[in-house]
Design a protein around this ligand. Structure first.
Ligand code: UGA
Length: 448
């Protein structure tokens, strides 16, 4: 089956390459000429493990191509996926739908009869119907089908998430249970490799599919925020968050996932999607207080951690060198969007600290976003040279492998702030370091 994917960004590239691997013939439409040239040259403009190889393999097999010619691509296609960005609109929590609407207009201009139009971008409830209305208005005589197929890819694990999903959510117009609907049949064919041993496709109405995406991300953001607040309480009372979350997580109704405390959630999804959901809910007259509070608590956390570091350094860090390991919002990505480092580091820099930072993938993206004067190291050990404090902000595996024996001769001070719980504290304490981790209370006298 021929399909068109509009958008050569993260979602478009991963989905396009994976659908090609499932057997479809995919043309990814990219309008930015520089990005398009890079893609055609095999120079993939983002870091996602395995993506370069998968794209090269699928291009070689002639199942994947890049183009800016939407009209020709659509003529051959049974389905078109909209995978363009939906950033937060400046000054409001609304998702900016201008790229989605522009894609709908462009599709309307060239769509062949019978085309299936699928929104893959994360879009607020009601957007699928807006897309349908745009196409209907421009081409009243056109027969087409509309579907919502939100993605649940995690950066750093996107290919596995696409190839072995927990579920594929598909929202359809009309009766989503009607087995004969054209949209349903086309999507079942496209995702056929996922139907073994049993179907992971979950059909529902358009609105439900759009809401499911936001509900899942907002719930996970809330869960992480709960773990962060619980970690603060553990610190204040002598509890150990790792024990508490293990104890909670063994209850299958809770599950152990997304309970790891950290410096606050970031990335291109949780911050944007919680905002958009809160805005949709307010607009619908059913405000969601849990999500509103989650957003505020997460923002406050990043600032509070900077204040805590200042306090640990005696409120004067003007002569203090801080080695920072990790800048990206999580490991296995070069993505700096809404990374906690973007709030924490400027506050420490402003307070007068010397910051020497290292990240395996994020430094090029990070440097224009961080204040001038921050020093960029070429390895974790280089970052630690002469440092008084070592602060871990991202859980890159390369940092977990560092030992007290490696760091002790390089650092001037002995304070380790492990804000991703990558190390065993007692190893550092034995070597004479002061080791702080999130949610590790100091009055521990039992437990295993
Ligand atoms: C998230 C969702 O997990 C995906 O299912 C979804 O498809 C995606 O958003 C999206 O909407 O496109 P992602 O943004 O890649 O994926 O990142 P996550 O792995 O979910 O992490 C989000 C944030 O929560 C990160 O800042 C991470 O460090 C933080 N986190 C996560 C914690 O602090 N603790 C945890 O236990 C888990």
């Amino acid at each position: 089956m021929h399909i068109t994917m509009i958008g050569g960004g993260y979602v478009g590239l991963v989905s396009g390459a994976c659908l090609a691997a499932f057997g479809a013939r995919v043309i990814v439409i990219e309008n930015d000429p520089i990005r398009l040239d890079r893609l055609k040259a095999g120079n993939i403009p983002l870091y996602e493990p395995g993506l370069d190889e998968l794209i090269a393999e699928q291009r070689q097999a002639e199942r994947l191509a890049f183009s800016d010619d939407l009209a020709s691509a659509l003529q051959k296609s049974r389905a078109v996926f909209i995978a363009v960005g939906t950033p937060t609109r400046r000054g409001s929590g609304h998702a900016d739908l201008s790229y989605v609407h522009a894609a709908a207009r462009a599709i309307a201009a060239h769509a062949p009869d019978g085309l299936l139009i699928v929104t893959k971008s994360t879009v607020p409830v009601g957007t699928g119907r807006q897309v349908a209305a745009i196409v209907r208005q421009a081409r009243p005589d056109l027969t087409f089908h509309i579907a919502s197929n939100p993605e649940f890819l995690r950066e750093g694990h996107a290919i596995a998430d696409f190839m072995q999903p927990d579920r594929v959510i598909i929202g359809l117009e009309g009766d989503p249970t009607a087995p004969s609907s054209t949209a349903r049949t086309l999507l079942e064919t496209l995702y056929a490799p996922l139907n073994q041993p049993e179907s992971r496709l979950l059909f529902m109405g358009l609105e439900s599919a759009e809401l499911t995406k936001y509900a899942a991300n907002a719930f996970l953001a809330m869960k992480v925020t709960f773990a962060n607040e619980m970690a603060d309480l553990c610190e204040a009372t002598g509890g150990q968050i790792a024990d508490v979350t293990r104890g909670m997580g063994m209850d299958p109704r809770i599950s152990p996932h997304f309970l790891m405390p950290g410096p606050g959630y970031g990335g291109s999804c949780f911050p944007k999607d919680t905002q958009a959901l809160a805005t949709s809910a307010r607009q619908a007259g059913t405000p969601m207080q849990l999500i509103e509070t989650t957003i505020a608590a997460n923002e406050a956390r990043k600032r509070r951690l900077a204040e805590r570091i200042l306090a640990l350094a005696g409120n004067d860090i003007t002569h203090c060198t801080i080695a920072v390991l990790g800048l990206t919002f999580k490991a296995h990505t070069d993505d700096m969007r809404q990374a906690p480092s973007l709030t924490i580091l400027p506050l420490l820099h402003e307070a007068g600290a010397t910051l020497r930072v290292y990240d395996p993938q994020g430094m090029d993206t990070a440097s224009p976003l961080l204040p001038d004067g921050i020093l960029y190291a070429d390895s974790p050990l280089h970052a630690a040279e002469g440092a008084d404090i070592l602060l871990v902000l991202t859980e890159w595996p390369v940092f977990a492998a560092l030992t007290p024996t490696q760091l002790a001769p390089r650092m001037r001070g002995r304070l380790i702030l492990d804000y991703r719980q990558i190390w065993q504290g007692h190893n550092w304490q034995k070597a004479g370091f002061h080791y702080h981790c999130l949610g590790c209370g100091t009055h521990r006298d039992s437990g295993s």
